[in-house]
Design a protein around this ligand. Structure first.
Ligand code: BES
Ligand code: MN
Ligand code: ZN
Length: 505
């Protein structure tokens, strides 16, 4: 299962053909200080009898602001959108918000194709290739509209084609530009895959359904090797912690392991582990009803693994990565795990489950132990783990905690680069005290109301002694809460940047 929205992203050099003859539903010109001197722009402006430059002067004041011009004589585009470009000092995520609104405008106008001239003003330290990658990534992932379970009133994305307009590139530059567009498009597709799996209602996205989709993905991408584990197999491996979560549900748990080998065979893989709770009622420690529907996005860590693995295969990336998706439904029933129950994890450590709503860490504990067998160079887990991270950081940044500072630094840097930001919280020895209990080696909660996000990470750290590890809490970033209610596809852009840039050595 690959999830593309655009059928096609292409590049066009308009320095010879000109802009006026371009047949497109929506021509987008990003206006910067040096646009005036761009030949294609000057020609187009002349044909418009200076209407375009006058409109810019009177209407485009603040960076990111835009104005829509309907059809003009002698210009083939059905609509022209003028957007005032960002300042080179602005960080990546501000640039992306500009491209995001272009995508939304395209759907709003029911345009079938968008042609964007991004211009050649870039943020400091970036080049035009970077701009092209960001345009492709952001347009692909923002023309997305979820409609699968909407029958009669479904809104579908109208935009099917993106044309990125460049001028005066040499042959080799044009080649690089094509690569950049391809990369952005593939990351955007990965983002959409994660959004789609998240947006699917929980009854349309059980662990078994996800397993089917993972298997279907390997048909699209034969380079991905998949192993799936059912409850019996997990039982045999001693995954008592993981299985305590699915006990109360009719839906059996699944663990999916996806291997991608694009690097040297001697190179140790980077491991990604994702929490895939397809619905989190809280179990016997049941959650309050308002907003509980949002717990269908509790599998966004696993969805990120899915999206990233498909992106790697699409790009034939030269890295070795193993992705683990821990999928289960957390329900309450007469069979469900009860507060105070003690289970044995794959690591041998026993766990007293004092709160069945702290289930994500129980799944991750066994997945993290399992992935140790790959002798990974780095392990990164992603999980919608704590409500506390929403309070600590708000919705703009994911929370990072790590046992290796270099890994944490590289994650934060990749977040800045991709516009999918993350911020670190400490994980100190002092935070470990919370996991003490009389009845088992560990308790699954502790610390009371203090530093809930860090205490969850402290629990995970009991299973990650063997390797360099970081935990990314995405509870605040993987989806928008009421009133928007939608998956964001995060942190696919961050992880894609981290892996493709080869920052981790
Ligand atoms: N899936 C939730 C965390 C969550 C909360 C995700 C809000 C997205 C939005 C997780 O399983 C959970 O319930 N965590 C508890 C932990 C507590 C019992 C220690 C929480 O945050 O309340
Ligand atoms: Mn929970
Ligand atoms: Zn949860």
């Amino acid at each position: 299962m690959a999830y593309k929205v655009l059928n096609n992203v292409s590049l066009k050099d308009v320095s010879t053909s000109g802009l006026a003859s371009l047949k497109t539903d929506l021509l987008v010109l990003v206006i910067n200080n040096n646009t005036k001197t761009n030949k294609s722009f000057k020609d187009l402006n002349k044909i418009s009898k200076n209407y375009i430059s006058k409109t810019i002067q009177t209407h485009l004041k603040d960076a990111g602001s835009s104005v829509l011009i309907p059809k003009l004589n002698n210009i083939n585009a059905s609509n022209i959108l003028l957007v005032k470009g960002k300042d080179p000092n602005q960080p990546t995520h501000k640039w992306l918000s500009m491209y995001q609104s272009i995508a939304h405008k395209g759907n709003q106008l029911k345009a079938k194709d968008i042609s964007v001239m991004p211009g050649n003003v870039t943020p400091k330290g970036k080049n035009e290739m970077w701009l092209i990658e960001m345009v492709a990534k952001t347009i692909e992932s923002n023309v997305y509209i979820f409609s699968e379970t909407v029958n009669k009133t479904a809104k579908k994305p109208s935009v099917k084609k993106l044309n990125i307009l460049v001028s005066g590139l040499s042959k080799s530059e044009l080649n690089n530009a094509k690569q950049a567009a391809k990369k952005g498009y593939a990351i955007g597709e990965g983002v959409n895959t994660a959004k789609y799996l998240g947006d699917l209602p929980a009854n349309h996205c059980t662990p078994k359904i996800i397993e089917r989709k993972v298997k279907a993905m390997t048909k699209d991408f034969p380079k991905l090797k998949v192993k799936t584990f059912n409850e019996n197999q997990m039982q045999k491996m001693g995954m008592g912690s993981f299985l305590s979560v699915s006990r109360g549900s009719e839906e059996p748990a699944r663990m999916m392991v996806i291997e991608y080998k694009g690097g040297k065979s001697s190179e140790k893989p980077i491991a990604l582990v994702g929490k895939g709770v397809t619905f989190d009622t809280g179990g016997v420690s049941i959650k309050p009803s308002p907003g509980m529907d949002e717990m269908k996005w509790d599998m966004c860590g696993a969805a990120t693994v899915f999206g990233v693995m498909s992106m790697l295969a699409r790009l034939n990336a030269n890295v070795n990565v193993v992705g683990v998706m821990g999928c289960a439904e957390n329900m309450c029933s007469s069979k469900a795990t009860k507060p105070g129950d003690v289970v044995t994890s794959m690591s041998g450590q026993t766990i007293e489950i004092l709160n069945t709503d702290a289930e994500g860490r129980l799944i991750l504990a066994d997945c993290l132990t399992y992935v140790g067998k790959y002798k990974p160079s780095y392990v990164i887990d992603m999980a919608t783990l704590t409500g506390a991270v929403v309070i600590a950081l708000g919705r703009h940044a994911s929370g990072v905690m790590a046992n290796d500072q270099n890994l944490a630094d590289m994650i934060i840097e990749s977040g800045e680069e991709s516009g999918d930001r993350a911020w670190q919280l400490p994980l100190w020895d002092e935070h470990q005290s919370c996991t003490k209990t009389k009845y088992a080696d560990l308790a699954n909660i502790g610390g009371g109301r203090e530093a809930g996000t860090i205490h969850a990470a402290a629990f995970l750290s009991k299973f990650t002694n063997e390797y360099k590890w970081a935990h990314i809490d995405i509870a605040a970033t993987a989806s928008y809460s009421t009133p928007v209610k939608a998956g964001t596809g995060r942190p696919v852009p961050l992880i894609s940047e981290l892996l493709l840039s080869k920052r981790l050595k």
